[in-house]
Design a protein around this ligand. Structure first.
Ligand SMILES: Cc1cc2nc3c(=O)[nH]c(=O)nc-3n(C[C@H](O)[C@H](O)[C@H](O)COP(=O)(O)O)c2cc1C
Length: 217
């Protein structure tokens, strides 16, 4: 598999098989993902892995914890503007369309959203955190790490879904993983093997056309 194949094949998977993910494979992927570039090579990412019985322990712990709490950062700016607003709206429409959950079925949509809290049944996951003293450039470095990991996962036959959802459960997450106060949770990453029979996994999210976001000066 070359880079173009991995980029084209990667997509967010929201229904996983329970087939286990080998811990050694995870370690290897993480180690190689750390080849991602970062400004000044500061490597600001911190990773907390859940796999096997620790995933079960985490989900048990989570069920004893308060539901949604305010995120420590704004996941989206208030009053998202065009064309981003429509792009976000259409993602939801595409996804719930595949699942046959109409707009009026608020409970159905909420139920699907709540699957975030089980990593869409993925057997493995990690959380990525950053020291609060870092600034925007280092947050962007986390993105470099995440995408590098996701592409290497594709090459290894694994699927992923990055999840900002976890920012709304940060208290429980940070307590369970034992992260120090100075770290802030960015997101989670569900990891496993896709359920090829789940319609939600047929979702291929649209992209805005090049001329809406690239300018030749
Ligand atoms: C940092 C980050 C956080 C995300 N958080 C969530 C999430 O909480 N739940 C979810 O279902 N998808 C989440 N996604 C997936 C995006 O919706 C997805 O990347 C986007 O729709 C493009 O689709 P694709 O990944 O299939 O190409 C997240 C993606 C990124 C990069």
């Amino acid at each position: 598999m070359n880079v173009s194949d991995a980029v084209a094949a990667r997509r967010s998977i929201r229904d996983f098989l329970t087939d286990p993910v080998d811990d050694e494979l995870l370690r290897d992927l993480l180690e190689r993902a750390a080849r991602a570039p970062s400004g000044g090579n500061v490597q600001p990412w911190r990773i907390y892995v859940l796999n096997g019985s620790r995933m079960t322990d985490f989900l048990d712990f989570l069920s004893t914890q308060p539901d949604i709490e305010p995120s420590e950062y704004d996941v989206y700016p208030a009053n998202l503007w065009e064309p981003h607003r429509t792009a976000r709206f259409e993602l939801g429409e595409q996804m719930y369309g595949l699942l046959d959950i109409p707009r009026e079925d608020k409970a159905g949509r909420l139920q699907q959203f709540a699957r975030n809290a089980r990593f869409f049944d993925a057997p493995a996951a990690f959380f990525i955190t950053i020291d609060r003293r870092f600034n925007e450039p280092q947050w962007s470095d986390l993105g470099m790490f995440l995408q590098t990991f996701m592409l290497l996962a594709v090459e290894a036959g694994l699927d992923t879904c990055a999840q900002e959802y976890w920012s709304s459960r940060h208290g429980a997450v940070m307590e369970f993983v034992g992260a120090p106060e100075e770290e802030m949770l960015f997101c989670g990453m569900a990891i496993g093997y896709r359920n090829t029979e789940a319609p939600v996994n047929d979702l291929v999210a649209e992209r805005l056309p090049l001329n809406t976001w690239a300018t030749w000066v």
